[in-house]
Write a protein that binds this ligand. Structure first.
Ligand SMILES: Nc1nc2c(ncn2[C@@H]2O[C@H](COP(=O)(O)OP(=O)(O)OP(=O)(O)O)[C@@H](O)[C@H]2O)c(=O)[nH]1
Ligand SMILES: [Mg+2]
Length: 418
């Protein structure tokens, strides 16, 4: 029964991407968003063949894009129908309502996804542990619930209300006067309750586990997806956490005991953040994010080679704020300096410094002034500046350790990696 509710399965299919250019989101921003959406689609196994954008005041409540643009997309899909790889799906860059999905589907006749359902797909693909699987399933049902209508309106029409056949629901479950839609809503609500209970139990276990970890400072790696958190984790802990050039390689939190010089502490690798991530989804990952919430120090990892790293910093900071972690001690670690390029300026060149021509040194000074604190520039992959990185972590963790456990002499508490 539940199988029927699977939102979508993206398998080596071709996709069209659709985004809007608005007052808040100019052409360049939209391009960056669609680049990211394409990366998400690629991670899910779909090949992007075409992009459509439209300049509008805001999304249409009825069909997201205007009817002219929708017709243009329909025409494109029709033209490609006999191509080697016809268009399998259209992915919209913003979350769509039930009504929008229904209307668009009617016109285009292919699978319709939005940014959220695509991210959910990837999460479902990536989830390994019971905790992650439960969290993803919960997030999927939460996404589905307000959109159920579109799945079942046709059945309702056929079945005409109270259990007069036609629907796919199992007989016996259906109460008097209950429509297919109401019944399915009830099934999903029950499922949500069950998943929440399961998560509570998992939470309890995890809390106990965390309590048993002893008096060690807890450091969490946080940051936008694909910035190199897991690579840093592997580097510092000599462990083998899965890292790859795909989005959301990490869904489950991994915690390792790390020793720098003679100082042991716990290091957690966490799920990456992304733009336009619905709060509901963040909420579903609460137990994963407890590791962040309970950390003594956050290492905010930034991919300095990404053209959009400044917005990524903002997204991460806002997500941390949502999690109530805004005031935690934290440090920014700029990673991937090996990949950072800028155009060298001539001595007498008066071109103002922009993102494209500012050197690493200038960047360091700018950010240090902005953060009133030291920030680090490393390459986890090429192992550049790692000694400095370890030194700064050592100093920071030691300081926190002495504050938090004044009578606990960590110097004698050196253990092996867990
Ligand atoms: N050039 C370069 N690439 C790096 C560096 N550090 C990591 N990478 C690459 O960046 C990609 C993502 O690295 P991960 O460590 O998986 O990133 P993550 O932040 O854990 O990503 P998610 O778990 O997906 O959120 C991989 O292909 C890494 O090899 C670096 O210093 N320089
Ligand atoms: Mg990772």
């Amino acid at each position: 029964m539940m199988k029927e509710f699977v939102i979508s399965e993206v398998k080596a299919e071709t996709a069209i991407l659709v985004g809007l250019i608005t007052k808040e989101q100019d052409e360049e921003k939209t391009k960056e968003y669609l680049d990211e959406l394409e990366f998400l689609a690629d991670t899910a196994g779909a090949v992007t063949v075409k992009r459509f954008t439209q300049r509008v005041g805001g999304p249409s409540q009825v069909t997201y894009v205007g009817s002219g643009k929708l017709e243009e997309i329909r025409q494109y899909i029709a033209d490609e129908e006999d191509a080697e790889r016809p268009v399998g799906m259209v992915i919209f860059d913003d979350e769509l309502s039930a009504k929008q999905i229904r209307n668009i589907e009617k016109v285009l006749g292919v699978k319709i996804l939005d940014r959220t359902s695509l991210i959910l797909d990837i999460f479902a693909m990536r989830a390994q542990t019971a905790a992650a699987k439960t969290q993803v399933e919960l997030a999927q049902y939460r996404y589905m619930l307000p959109r159920l209508q579109r799945l079942w309106t046709h059945l309702e029409r056929q079945g005409g209300g109270s259990g007069s056949g036609g629907g796919k629901g199992s007989v016996g479950l259906r109460g008097p006067g209950e429509t297919q839609l109401e019944m399915d809503r009830r099934i999903i609500l029950n499922r949500i309750t069950l998943l929440k209970q399961r998560l509570l139990e998992i939470d309890k276990q995890k809390t106990t586990q965390r309590k048993n970890r002893g008096r060690l400072i807890r450091v969490a790696l946080v940051g936008y997806t694909n910035v190199g958190k897991s690579t840093i984790m592997n580097l510092l802990s000599k462990s083998e956490v899965f890292a790859e050039n795909k989005l959301f390689a990490t869904l489950d939190t991994t915690v390792r005991k790390v020793v720098v010089e003679n100082l042991p502490f716990l290091l957690a690798d966490t799920v990456g953040f992304i733009r336009k991530l619905p709060t509901d989804l963040v909420d579903s990952f609460k137990s994963t994010l407890d590791e962040v919430r309970e950390a003594d120090l956050l290492l905010h990892v930034v991919d300095i080679s990404h053209p959009d790293f400044e917005e990524q910093i903002n997204v991460v900071e806002n997500t941390l704020k949502d999690l109530g972690c805004a005031d935690k001690p934290s440090m920014i670690v700029f990673n991937k300096i090996d990949n950072y390029t800028w155009t060298e300026k001539e001595e007498d060149d008066l071109t103002p410094a922009t993102k494209e021509n500012i050197t690493l040194d200038e960047l360091r000074r700018t950010w240090m002034a902005k953060l009133h604190d030291e920030c680090l520039f490393i390459s986890a992959k090429e192992k550049q500046n790692i000694d400095e990185f370890r030194e700064v972590i050592y100093r920071k963790v030691r300081e926190l350790h002495v504050q938090k456990y004044p009578y606990n002499d960590f110097l004698y508490d050196v253990g092996e990696d867990e």
